[in-house]
Design a protein around this ligand. Sequence first.
Ligand SMILES: NC(=O)c1ccc[n+]([C@@H]2O[C@H](COP(=O)([O-])OP(=O)(O)OC[C@H]3O[C@@H](n4cnc5c(N)ncnc54)[C@H](O)[C@@H]3O)[C@@H](O)[C@H]2O)c1
Length: 329
Amino acid sequence: MANITILGSGGWGTALAVMANRHGHTVTLWSPFEDEIASIRRHGQHKKLLPDIPVEPSIHLTCDIREVSDADLVILAVPSFAIASTAAQLRPYLKKGAVVANAGKGLEEGTYRRFTEVIEGALPGIAAVALSGPSHAEEVGRGIPTVVVSASRDAAAAKRVQELLMNPTFRIYTSSDVVGVELGGALKNVIALAAGICDGLGMGDNTKAALMTRGLAEITRLGVKLGADPITFGGLSGMGDLIVTCGSMHSRNRRAGMLIGGGLSPAEAVERVGTVEGYLVAGTAYHLANKMGVEMPIAETCYRICYENYPPERAVTALMSRPGCQETD
Ligand SMILES: NC(=O)c1ccc[n+]([C@@H]2O[C@H](COP(=O)([O-])OP(=O)(O)OC[C@H]3O[C@@H](n4cnc5c(N)ncnc54)[C@H](O)[C@@H]3O)[C@@H](O)[C@H]2O)c1
């Protein structure tokens, strides 16, 4: 068994800590916020995000980043805007040989860097691992069978994460296509936001299925242009995550989209729901697609709804009225 430190005690970080602790590891859960840690300690659970999922006393709770120093595996589960700063904070304390994994999904705003690239920029010499796939925190916390993928340019690091975290309720495949795995995980959030908007507008199953399929097609187009293997997008971090995110009420992206489709402004919807990576990544995806010369009509429409006051009720008609083309173009 190993020492595992999870950075970020929100929904996902707490669920991963509970899961790793259940599997017998020595687990530390860190947050920069005293009140967040105090609340988990007081209630023995993350009352707001994971009610009734016990955070056992054996999980060490801390706000002191120096305590990362005995970790064999460090997992970042912080929002996209906090990854670079969190990785920089842990740098002086990281044990030699420790594996660093990122469990967040998104792309860095402005630079378009994938999160393993952000971590590797802050931690020279580290080959970071991306842990991604269909994995609602609420279900992982409850021990509901979940299957994800561990990807890295360093096969040994990806394998180490698999060895440490895989258990009968949390199966892990490895992949060397870290580009495809991270882009699938990041960009599906935009499609989930769009799926929520469709639901909020009262569209049907046909519309949602079309949106998911065409959404995956445009994610794949961009991914391939950036060096990913197209096969990866049919896997857990692509199709798998798209299915879980677009269909479930656990998804904050979908819930925010539903509020937007129902008439709330995007900013109000995000304020109400909390971390909505799809809202952040809609801008990044739109600009990246333009830069790479890749057509992404759904991501572009989402961007316009989120940032240019484009009315959601006009979006479906506009997408449906695009010139006809061949499906595999
Ligand atoms: N919630 C899920 O089911 C789930 C599943 C898979 C992946 N993810 C991804 O994991 C990431 C985190 O999601 P979440 O749902 O846990 O979010 P969250 O908002 O619930 O929690 C994020 C946590 O990060 C920490 N944090 C916040 N601001 C910080 C800062 N400025 N510096 C350092 N730490 C900070 C806090 O502990 C906070 O609770 C996102 O990228 C999300 O897409 C979430």
